[in-house]
Design a protein around this ligand. Structure first.
Ligand SMILES: [Zn+2]
Length: 100
């Protein structure tokens, strides 16, 4: 992960108009490497930031998403997740017991 983040070394840039604005200036021209490195930097920021311990796997069967919990009882990545989980338990009760 760290190696992929290092694919695009960046330098912080300060812009000053009405208020100061910080951005990152890339030194590479390869768009794919810049995009991949940007995604990885965002993932590192999320995992190491204040919300990193709130990152949770969605419990809806066959859902592969993760989300940041905003309250303690949240189990699904979207509000309709509860309906999908109930439908899965109704139609496939043996699968719902196994989680996915
Ligand atoms: Zn989900």
């Amino acid at each position: 992960m760290n190696n992929m983040a290092a694919l695009d070394p960046v330098a912080p840039q300060l812009s000053w108009s009405d208020t100061p604005f910080a951005s990152l200036r890339s030194v590479r021209t390869d768009a794919r490497a810049r995009l991949l490195a940007g995604y990885i930097r965002s993932a590192i920021d999320l995992l190491s930031g204040p919300d990193g311990d709130k990152l949770t796997a969605c419990t809806v069967p066959r859902c592969v998403r993760y989300f940041v919990k905003v309250h303690g009882r949240q189990e699904f990545c979207q509000p309709s997740g509860g309906n999908r989980a109930r439908a899965a338990r109704f139609y496939y009760p043996q699968r719902a017991d196994s989680g996915r």
